[in-house]
Design a protein around this ligand. Structure first.
Ligand code: TIU
Length: 228
């Protein structure tokens, strides 16, 4: 067991029962030439998460943690795309349409894939999800339970959308979640800040919030209070 300094109080990490879950670090959300940028968003607000996430990913891999990656997207035939999701936003180029890096949020397209900096290693599960939450219509819960995972360290984008939805789903399924503050990001700084506060409020109503530095320190085998 290792203690992670966190809000609202320290988190007892048990690495064999913990997974690092990296949400939707996809080219279309993060790269300057992607769908998110084409909608007028400032992707630098998301890109600041890449370096700390890479550091945390390296440390989690070295510590032998389960690492799971997710991607938001749909089948090429769009059979799993709810009409309401397709229509939302009244976009001239929306999900399934040609975008700057292939068809927008369609599996197999360049923009749908994970950024090279955080690319999954062979053996690390990738969850392809049609919704905002990573549990909805996926096998994530089964994979975690089959591995005896009960604690999730959560990184990714965006804080108030797919990260929040996933953490809320996980919380209701009995998982303890630690959201890594500098490894999650939003196109809207105020939503990011409030989103993090909402996680840890009321005694940790949805989970914990910690810095990547605090999580890395807890994963270091020789750190005071560290694991092993
Ligand atoms: N992954 C995720 O958060 N998908 C979104 O659509 N986020 C937005 O903030 N739009």
């Amino acid at each position: 067991m290792a203690l992670i300094e966190a809000e609202p109080y320290p988190f007892d990490l048990e690495p064999p029962r913990a997974a690092l879950v990296i949400i939707d670090m996809q080219r279309d959300f993060l790269e300057p030439g992607g769908f998110g940028a084409a909608l007028g968003n400032d992707v630098s607000l998301l890109r600041r998460t890449i370096a700390p996430s890479r550091q945390l990913l390296d440390k989690a891999r070295a510590a032998g943690l389960t690492v799971v990656h997710t991607r938001e997207g749909h089948r090429a035939d769009l059979a799993d795309l709810p009409p309401a999701k397709k229509a939302r936003g009244r976009l001239s180029a929306g999900i399934g349409d040609p975008g700057p890096m292939g068809r927008i949020l369609v599996r197999g397209e360049d923009g749908h894939d994970i950024i090279p900096e955080l690319y999954p290693r062979p053996g690390e599960p990738i969850v392809d999800k049609p919704g905002k939450g990573a549990f909805h219509a996926t096998d994530l819960d089964a994979m975690l339970r089959n591995r005896g995972i009960a604690q999730l360290i959560v990184c990714g984008v965006t804080t108030e959308v797919c990260v929040h939805t996933t953490v809320r789903e996980a919380n209701d399924r009995g998982y303890d979640c630690v959201v890594v503050a500098d490894c999650v990001g939003s196109y809207f700084p105020e939503f990011h800040e409030i989103g993090l506060k909402m996680i840890a409020a009321q005694g940790g109503i949805f989970g914990w919030v910690a810095s990547s530095e605090a999580v890395v320190a807890a994963l270091a085998p020789d750190a005071p209070g560290g694991w092993r």
